[in-house]
Design a protein around this ligand. Structure first.
Ligand code: GRG
Length: 297
């Protein structure tokens, strides 16, 4: 990707991000029954930066299937809420015990542990409520089922549980891919499928989007690992080399830096190939895939 193409994708992503953030703000005003400190903690974590990659994928997948950003925005916000809950809980002392997230103190450091747990908890039902409120029943049911599976015990939560489990598990590529398919991949797949579902995508389109999301998610994770071992922590907003120091399985450790980079590129190629039948409307989705490979944060 040339420097100027990367800049133009960055600009589009920046505008889309602002649009998403306006809606996230509106969805988290809450009524007076929500305690002020809980509201503050939810909004602190949800509105304090982040690339907004998953909600952007929802919008771009909708565009690829003939839908619009406004149609897909509620689903996009719902996915970002689930993602943010998972980050808040992942940062807790009982899990990854992180002090910094998106360049700021993590939710439990800024507030306290109980508030952080509850802020994460509150984001889960809110995500499903938004989908149920904003889409016709049949579409809402399909979206809720897709999202519920992605964040359940066999996907996001299961991947996280295995990632936290003792180090006597095999340290090989199969194991790391099993973890990331669930911990990171499931939400990527769900993002693009929700964009498709709200736009009336065909089963074939949903299946192509699934292939796209699966390969993109894995590539994203490899790049994440590469950034963790080589990245600039100021840009990333979190401490680099943390995964390595904790003895977590990473691609560069298993494959080496060069082979990891190659694998990430190969996967982006597969992701883009899955979009062939969508033609020009899928161009923004292809650009994001290239961006994931080139990102530095
Ligand atoms: C607590 C159930 C539960 C799950 C946590 C999200 C997660 C699972 C762990 C976060 C740790 C981690 C490095 C996960 C893999 C990659 C990932 C999801 C990175 C964070 O996503 P980004 O880079 O974050 O899109 P931003 O801040 O840009 O939204």
């Amino acid at each position: 990707m040339t420097e100027s193409a990367l800049e133009s994708v960055s600009l589009d992503l920046q505008q889309t991000r602002q649009h998403i953030e306006q809606h996230l703000d509106q969805y988290t005003l809450f009524d007076d029954d929500c305690p002020a400190h809980l509201r503050e903690a939810i909004r602190y974590s949800l509105l304090s930066g982040g690339k907004r990659l998953r909600p952007t994928l929802v919008l771009m997948a909708a565009r690829a299937c003939g839908g619009s950003d406004s149609l897909a925005m509620p689903a996009a916000c719902a996915v970002e809420m689930i993602h943010t809950y998972s980050l808040i809980h992942d940062d807790l002392p009982a899990m990854d015990d992180d002090q910094l997230r998106r360049g700021l103190p993590t939710c439990h450091i800024k507030f306290d542990e109980a508030t952080a747990i509850l802020a994460g908890d509150a984001l889960i039902p809110l995500a499903f409520e938004i989908i149920a409120e904003e889409y016709p029943d049949a579409i809402a049911a399909r979206c809720c089922r897709q999202l519920a599976r992605a964040c359940g015990a066999s996907q996001l939560v299961g991947g996280q549980a295995d990632d936290l489990s003792p180090a006597d598990e095999p340290r090989d590529v199969e194991r790391i891919e099993q973890i990331h398919r669930r911990k990171t991949g499931a939400l990527f797949i769900t993002s693009v499928k929700l964009g498709g579902l709200v736009s009336g995508a065909t089963e074939k389109q949903l299946s192509d989007l699934e292939t796209f999301g699966k390969n993109l998610g894995l590539s994203f994770q490899i790049v994440d690992d590469l950034l963790d071992c080589q990245g600039d922590w100021v840009k990333m907003g979190k401490l680099a080399r943390k995964d390595q120091e904790r003895g977590k399985l990473t691609y560069p450790e298993l494959l080496g830096v060069e082979a990891s980079r190659q694998r990430a590129e190969e996967l982006i190629g597969l992701a883009i190939a899955a979009l062939t039948d969508f033609g020009p409307p899928a161009e923004p989705l292809r650009s994001i895939a290239r961006f994931v490979l080139e990102r530095n944060q």
